[in-house]
Write a protein that binds this ligand. Sequence first.
Ligand code: AMZ
Length: 274
Amino acid sequence: MALAERPHHIPNSNARSALTSKTPTTVLLLITHYYSRMLIYPAIDLKGGKCVRLRQGRADDTTVFSEQPEDMARKWQDKGAEYLHVVDLDGAFEGKPANLEAIGKIAAAISIPVQVGGGIRTNEAASELIDLGISRLIIGTAALREPEWFANLANTFEGKIAVGIDAQNGKVAIKGWVEVSDTTVFDFLPDLEALPLSALIYTDISKDGMMAGPNFESTEEVARKTSIPVIASGGVTTIEDVKRLSKLPLNGMIIGRAIYEGTIELEEAIREAR
Ligand code: AMZ
């Protein structure tokens, strides 16, 4: 299919009007988004320095997949990944990065860009990760709770900051998903529109790690209501899920448990998402 015909390459009217209020770097990012194909982001979640997966984000439901996360990073890169998604779970629970050593090893082991989220709540934490070579920082809790700090961060590290929106029954969850705020996802979106963000990572918590498919409806609704490039996360389980998400106006999708349990072959997902 020609690029221009692909549904996820047709920006919505929000996106067009938003262009006029953006800085040159952000305009470049949006144009890159318009012409690029969908990315598959293999996920590495870190807990105690190990590569794990949780179910619905619960720390008491952990499966360890590797003691050497940098080996996993190399494996996903060798299978063709173009971008890696890393979550510092201890960081998200504790409110400050807690797996910097493992993150540094991952960044040093591979040449593809890496995005990292979990516990980034200060400029110092952000700078430390940027210094380790991380290309994109994902901010969840502090984007909701400290909007002025977050706006500053987005401007300081323009092009490197993404917002992570984790939804529990339509409300934004924070602090390692232990707390659910009163803010709905759709109330939160307009506040983000004016910021120079490189991505919005949308996770439906009830689907995460459950191997029962993503929430297509809410993902599509989010993607259609924002001009920020959206990355879908949570529940991608089969190649049919990948195909169906590929038809939505997304920047890409994160795949976690499915590539560890083998219900999706990463190479095939990358082929299907082109
Ligand atoms: O699985 C969890 N309990 C979990 C998780 N995966 N809790 C937070 N996170 C991720 C979010 C986002 O990428 O999806 O951590 C990041 C947000 O962290 P913070 O500390 O900024 O809220």
